[in-house]
Design a protein around this ligand. Structure first.
Ligand code: NAD
Length: 317
């Protein structure tokens, strides 16, 4: 099952995210995910494991496990590399680290521009080393223009898109863009349903990919206050009741809740059973009653909010 992008390409509905996959196990994790059947991988310069993810792909391609053209690979431009002079260099660094000739999808990670940090100093640069994040005055459209140029050149990226944009920013970008973003990647789970944004983007032909489909789970290890203080979605009575009714797991209900509405998912797991569980869930349908019950879980609860790492210095939601 896949979503047809506005470029004509097909993006599989179920993928694998590599955020926080340890460098030491990353190549093996990628190979195991490919063996389990995953054909879409969500990566980013900021995840700091491009080299190891790329090593996994290289081994998989060389051993004949899969061909490059059978895998859909996404990566993202980090906030420190929005300067028009730097965008293509940052993409080249991703491609060379991953030993790839092209990405299937290149996303702007956030609608936020940090001050440039030279690669030789720190790479990836994360949030910098200062107590307060240093911003740069680069308008989003200036960064997008370079992404458009790279896309139009037709070699290094097959599609371009954005992540963590709200409706206003997406509207503004679409108005000015020569190339409408092919995809928007957002935090999306029953506690943060973003229904209007999803409807708007899909109406404009922008494919949605959901991240953190299981809610706050992956933020617990980051000591995220919202994740620590909210009930675990996978154990929520509404979700477990729906799961029991369909003979599925809570994780599968949360993933199907997205894909049934044509929203792609990119769950992450290192556990072989969960790898399988998170891939094999599109064989059942939630009912209208299930959707109604899940709609009630909306809390506008965001776990990945720049306010947690940038304080009052910036605001995008
Ligand atoms: P996720 O929703 O995939 O949750 C991962 C957590 O759930 C892990 O702790 C894992 O052990 C656990 N888990 C996985 N499968 C499970 C199962 N079947 N049953 C029970 N627990 C299970 O969250 P995520 O890592 O936040 O997001 C997935 C991917 O999305 C990331 O790897 C990354 O690629 C992407 N992402 C993008 C952004 C962005 O800003 N664009 C932000 C966060 C994540």
């Amino acid at each position: 099952m896949s979503i047809k992008l506005n470029t004509g390409a097909e993006m599989p509905l179920t993928g694998f995210g590599v955020w926080k996959v340890a460098k030491s196990s990353c190549a093996d994790t990628v190979i195991n995910a490919l063996k389990a059947g995953y054909r879409t991988f969500d990566c980013a310069a900021d995840y700091g494991n491009c080299v190891q993810v790329g090593e996994g792909f290289k081994q998989a391609f060389e051993s004949g496990l899969v061909k490059r053209e059978d895998v859909f690979i996404t990566s993202k431009l980090w906030n420190s590399y929005h300067d028009p002079e730097v965008v293509e260099k940052a993409l080249d660094r991703i491609l060379s680290d991953m030993q790839l000739e092209y990405l299937d999808l290149f996303l702007m990670h956030f609608p936020i521009s940090f001050k440039y940090v030279p690669f030789e100093e720190t790479y990836p640069s994360g949030f910098g080393t200062k107590s307060e994040i240093e911003l740069a005055d680069v308008p989003i459209i200036d960064t997008w223009r370079v992404m458009e140029k790279i896309y139009k050149a037709g070699k290094k990226v097959k599609a371009i898109g954005v992540s963590n944009f709200n409706g206003g920013l997406l509207t503004d970008l679409i108005k000015q863009a020569e190339v409408v973003p092919a995809a928007l990647q957002i935090e999306h789970h029953p506690y943060l349903q973003q229904s209007q944004l999803v409807r708007f983007a899909q109406h404009k032909g922008v494919a949605i990919t959901a991240y953190s489909s299981f809610g706050g789970n992956s933020y617990l290890e980051l000591d995220n206050p919202a994740a620590k203080s909210s009930p675990n979605l996978l154990e929520h009575a509404t979700i477990t009741a729906i799961a029991d009714k369909h003979g599925k797991t809570s994780a599968q209900v949360l993933l199907r809740w997205a894909t049934q509405r044509n929203i792609a998912v990119i769950p992450k797991s290192n556990n072989p059973n969960r790898l399988k569980e998170n891939l094999e869930f599109n064989d059942f349908n939630l009912t209208d009653e299930d959707f109604d019950a899940i709609r009630e879980l909306e809390r506008n609860l965001r776990f990945n909010d720049p306010k947690d790492w940038a304080g009052p210095n910036l605001c995008i939601f």
